[in-house]
Design a protein around this ligand. Structure first.
Ligand code: HEC
Length: 277
C-alpha cells in the first residue's frame, strides 16, 4: 500500500479504512460470542455439558481436529506400504479463511467489475496522469519560465507597447534616458548594440543583466511578460533619433529579415573597422 499521503483527504480515507476494519473485527467477535453462548444454552437444555467461552476454548475450536482416540473411525481403507490416510476435517481457521476469501472475491467483483464503484488500476493511472497534467498546466500558466529568450516574440498591440513604456519609464529611464537616448547606460534607439539587437538578445540582456558593467539582472524583479513588453517597446524606439542621444556603442545590428543592401553596408563597416586596425 502506498503510504505517501498527498493530502489530508487521502490520510482521512486511510484512517477511515482502519476504523472500519477495527469495527468489523469487533463485530465478528461479538457475533461469535453470541453464537457460542446460544449454543451453550441449547446444549445445556439438551443436557450436554459445554466448557465456557474463553480465548483458550476459541483457540482450541479454531484448531479442532478429531482426537487420536477417534482415529480408527476416520481411517480410510487404503494402505500404501503401511502409509495410511485419515479423513480428518479441515481446521476451522482454514475453512474460515477459505469462505472469507470467497466472500471477499464476490465483493471485489461487484465493486470493481459489476457496479464499477472504484477505479481499476489503469483508470487510477489515467486519473493520476490527468491530475498531473492539470497541475503542470496550472504551474506553467503562473510559472516564470513560460516566456524566455529562446521563444520571446515581439508584441505589436498598442496596449502592450504602452505597458512596456510604463515599465521602462519606472525602471530603466534613469540610466537609458526617458526616450532611450542613453545616459549611464547605452543609447537604445540607434542601430549599435553591445549585446545584440534582436528581440532575443535584448530580452536576454534585460533578464540576466550585464552586472559587471552596471546593468542589473531584472529576472527577479520583472515578470517574463513584463520583460517581453519592454523588449517590444525598446524595438519601437529604433531610429527615433531623440535629443541628446548618446554616441553609438558596439556593433551595428541588422535585422535578419532586413534588405540585403543593409547587410552589405554592415559588412563594409566591419571590413572598414578591420582595415583601421
Ligand atoms: C543602473 C543603471 C541601469 C538601469 C537601471 C538599467 N540599465 Fe540597461 N544598461 C546599463 C548599462 C551600464 C549597460 C551597458 C552594459 C555594458 O556596457 O555591457 C546597459 C545595457 C543595456 C542593454 C544592452 C544595450 C546594448 O547596447 O546591447 C539593454 C537592452 C538594456 N540595458 C535595457 C535595460 C532595461 C530594459 C532596463 C530596465 C528594465 C535597464 N536596462 C535598466 C545600465 C542600466
Amino acid at each position: 500500500m502506498d503510504l505517501n499521503f498527498k493530502n489530508g483527504e487521502e490520510l482521512f480515507q486511510f484512517l477511515l479504512l482502519g476504523v472500519l476494519v477495527f469495527f468489523t473485527i469487533i463485530l465478528l467477535i461479538v457475533v461469535l460470542n453470541i453464537f457460542m453462548t446460544l449454543k451453550a444454552i441449547l446444549n445445556e437444555k439438551a443436557g450436554i455439558k459445554t466448557e465456557p467461552f474463553t480465548l483458550n476454548s476459541l483457540w482450541n475450536k479454531l484448531n479442532s481436529f478429531r482426537p487420536m482416540s477417534e482415529e480408527k473411525d476416520i481411517l480410510l481403507d487404503h494402505d500404501y506400504d503401511g502409509i495410511k490416510e485419515l479423513d480428518n476435517h479441515l481446521p476451522p481457521w482454514w475453512l474460515g479463511m477459505f469462505y472469507g476469501g470467497i466472500v471477499f472475491g464476490i465483493v471485489y467483483l461487484l465493486n470493481y467489475h459489476v457496479w464499477q464503484w472504484s477505479p481499476l488500476q489503469t483508470e487510477e493511472y489515467e486519473i493520476a496522469m490527468a491530475e498531473a497534467a492539470e497541475m503542470k498546466s496550472q504551474m506553467q500558466s503562473t510559472s516564470v519560465s513560460s516566456i524566455d529568450e529562446n521563444n520571446v516574440e515581439l508584441l505589436t498591440d498598442a496596449s502592450d507597447i504602452d505597458t512596456g513604456n510604463l515599465i521602462y519609464t519606472a525602471n530603466c529611464a534613469v540610466c537609458h534616458g526617458a526616450a532611450g537616448e542613453g545616459g549611464v547606460g547605452p543609447n537604445l534607439t540607434d542601430e549599435y548594440w553591445l549585446h545584440g539587437g534582436s528581440a532575443s538578445d535584448i530580452y536576454k540582456t534585460i533578464k540576466y543583466g550585464i552586472t559587471e558593467k552596471g546593468m542589473i539582472s531584472w529576472e527577479g524583479t520583472l515578470k517574463p511578460t513584463d520583460m517581453q513588453q519592454i523588449t517590444s517597446f525598446i524595438k519601437t524606439l529604433a531610429g527615433t533619433n531623440p535629443a541628446n542621444a548618446k554616441a553609438p556603442q558596439g556593433e551595428i545590428y541588422v535585422e535578419e529579415e532586413a534588405p540585403a543592401a543593409d547587410e552589405t553596408e554592415a559588412e563594409e563597416s566591419t571590413s572598414e573597422e578591420l582595415a583601421t586596425l
